[in-house]
Design a protein around this ligand. Structure first.
Ligand code: NAP
Length: 305
């Protein structure tokens, strides 16, 4: 609005020039055609005037009737006109028109190439955004750090018969201190594995059931996306399991707080493999067995690369 220049490109000037010249050319050719028709009619009229009406019958030159010379003179002017249209104005001849066309085509080609380039860039961006899961797209502008917290055996087992397999008090303490005051997102089965909701945390339970009943204060949602949405005012919501939810969340989480239990266990719930191409280990603290811990384990923190 303010001082924005209207863009007039070279291509527009060229097109205008070509158009004007084409109009001139049409006018010239039309003029020549009219002249030719008038010449034919005029010649017939002169012949009739002399031969039928007898006008100037007495005038002859070199033994020929005058109308012959009149027609010849007119023919000379007609030829001059033809010469003028097709030879004198040769700057607008076929070669000139071809050159102009080539110039225009090449400029249009440059323009088409630029548009194509823009379209390809746009398509690439759309394709890249299509590759991201829907939840990522909707939550990518979030400022919060979506954090997975999990304790997993060496073989990634996290539970059996809807129960935890081990009891590691320092791990529970860490879980408590990290999640304290935050939203904790979990699958319905994990929620049901607790005797009662954990204090000082907002529980967000994911279920496909539309009539799922839970104690007051527990937020029930029907998708992971809605669960994340329910935590939008929390700077660090935690995904606390179980296996099904971890699997869906690992692609969109920003951080993983893993307790790696240094043992293999049989079970029926598992943590997904951590892809080292996608995650960077930023800290690793080993905790040996002791009188309170029958297993050794490590606290490992990963950040999304
Ligand atoms: N070691 C650890 O750190 C840790 C942490 C947490 C849990 N666990 C263990 O993990 C086990 C439980 O894990 P799990 O995989 O069996 O179950 P889960 O992930 O806790 O819950 C699964 C349920 O969540 C709901 N759900 C999952 N995806 C959904 C979606 N996209 N939309 C709507 N609802 C969805 C469904 O509920 P509905 O069937 O109601 O539709 C589904 O049956 C237990 O053994 C538990 O002790 C271990």
């Amino acid at each position: 609005m303010f001082g924005r220049k209207k863009s007039t490109t070279q291509i527009d000037k060229d097109q205008l020039e070509l158009l004007e010249n084409a109009q001139k050319r049409i006018k010239q050719k039309r003029g020549l055609y009219v002249h030719f028709i008038l010449f034919l009619i005029g010649s017939v009229f002169l012949i009739l005037a002399n031969t039928v009406l007898g006008i100037g019958k007495e005038f002859t030159f070199l033994g020929k009737e005058w109308f012959l010379f009149a027609i010849l003179i007119w023919l000379f002017f007609l030829i001059y006109h033809v010469f003028n249209v097709f030879v004198t104005n040769k700057f607008m001849g076929k070669a000139w028109e071809k050159k102009q066309m080539e110039k225009l085509v090449s400029k249009q080609q440059i323009r088409i190439d630029k548009i194509k380039e823009g379209l390809i860039k746009e398509e690439t961006l759309i394709a890249q955004s299509d590759l991201q899961p829907e939840t990522t797209k909707k939550t990518k502008n979030k400022k919060s750090v979506l954090t997975i917290i999990v304790a997993a055996a060496e073989n990634n087992t996290i539970g059996k018969d809807n129960k935890l397999i081990w009891h590691l008090s320092d791990d529970l303490k860490r879980f408590k201190s990290l999640t304290n005051g935050h939203h904790i997102i979990m699958g319905r089965k994990t929620f049901e594995s607790f005797p009662k909701p954990l204090p000082n945390r907002t529980h967000v339970v994911i279920t496909r059931q539309t009539d799922y009943k839970a104690p007051d204060g527990v937020i029930i949602v029907n998708s992971l996306e809605d669960a994340i949405d329910a935590c939008k005012n929390d700077s660090q919501p935690y995904i606390i399991g179980g296996g099904e939810i971890y699997k869906q969340a690992i692609g969109i989480a920003d951080k993983i707080e893993l307790t790696r239990v240094h043992e293999n266990f049989e079970g029926d719930a598992f943590f997904p493999e951590i892809n080292e191409l996608a995650w960077r280990e930023i800290s690793n603290t080993f905790h040996d067995k002791d009188e309170n811990h029958v297993l050794s384990f490590s606290f490992i923190t990963y950040e999304k690369k």
